[in-house]
Write a protein that binds this ligand. Structure first.
Ligand SMILES: Nc1ncnc2c1ncn2[C@@H]1O[C@H](COP(=O)(O)OP(=O)(O)O)[C@@H](O)[C@H]1O
Ligand SMILES: [Mg+2]
Length: 220
């Protein structure tokens, strides 16, 4: 069964067409990288899958279930069980590292002891156990990305969506965190959908690269 399916999806903003008749299928456990230059529609695909926007035409299914079709959202973001690490989806500045991770767990209704256990687990996974009490402003960019990753993984998503998560980091840290993302994916087995404009990153991370240009999928 396909865990993510886009069938003939088109999407335009007032600025013009962003996606033109895009179809793609992703199987559980794949590490897909969507590669293409700035403006080609990569973020739009992730926002459609996450449920922040609806396709103008075409349909989107997750785990075989229809979640959006022809201008309508059938399942809102909160019901899609996806994790997201977006470039511009910042941590809550007023909450500690622990508070940031706990936020989604509370919303999900997890009791306090289960929340504490899950927070310990994910901080350990990303190597941030010593930083639970820090505020985001007291962390480096790489540490903030680790926390964002931990926050997503804590919710045990079936698919993790990552939008250029490492592009603001220097090369050395970028390569190090790539390794960690790979290790986490291999350990936990989630499906990864990772967007980048960097060929190196794509080759390193993907089990399959989907190439895009100007709103169209070129190769998959
Ligand atoms: N909210 C928006 N309003 C208007 N135009 C947008 C919006 N978001 C994206 N676009 C336009 O849609 C196209 C695709 O954008 P995007 O999906 O963000 O590309 P990428 O992530 O590959 O850089 C671009 O031409 C962009 O300018
Ligand atoms: Mg983008």
């Amino acid at each position: 069964m396909k865990i993510v399916e886009l069938d003939a999806v088109s999407k335009a903003y007032h600025t013009g067409a962003a996606l033109d008749n895009v179809s793609l299928e992703i199987a559980a456990g794949e590490r897909i990288v969507i590669l293409g230059p700035s403006g080609c529609g990569k973020t739009t695909i992730l926002r459609l899958i996450a449920g922040f926007i609806a396709p103008d035409t075409g349909s989107i299914s997750l785990g075989g279930e229809l979640v959006a079709k022809d201008g309508s959202i059938i399942k809102p973001p909160g019901q899609r069980n996806l994790g997201m690490v977006f470039q511009d989806l910042a941590l809550w500045p007023h909450l500690s590292v622990k508070g940031n991770i706990e936020f989604g767990l509370k919303a999900k209704g997890l009791p306090a002891d289960a929340r504490a256990r899950r927070i310990r687990q994910v901080l350990d996974l990303v190597g941030m156990s010593d930083f639970a009490g820090r505020k985001p402003a007291e962390l480096s960019g790489g540490q903030q990305q680790r926390v964002a990753l931990a926050r997503s993984l804590a919710l045990e998503p079936r698919v993790l969506l990552m939008d250029e998560p490492l592009s603001s980091l220097d090369q050395e840290l970028n390569v190090r965190l790539r390794r960690e993302i790979l290790r986490l994916q291999e350990t936990l087995g989630f499906t990864l959908l990772y967007v980048t404009h960097d060929r190196d990153e794509a080759a390193d991370i993907a089990t399959r690269v989907i190439t895009m240009s100007r709103g169209k999928v070129l190769a998959k």
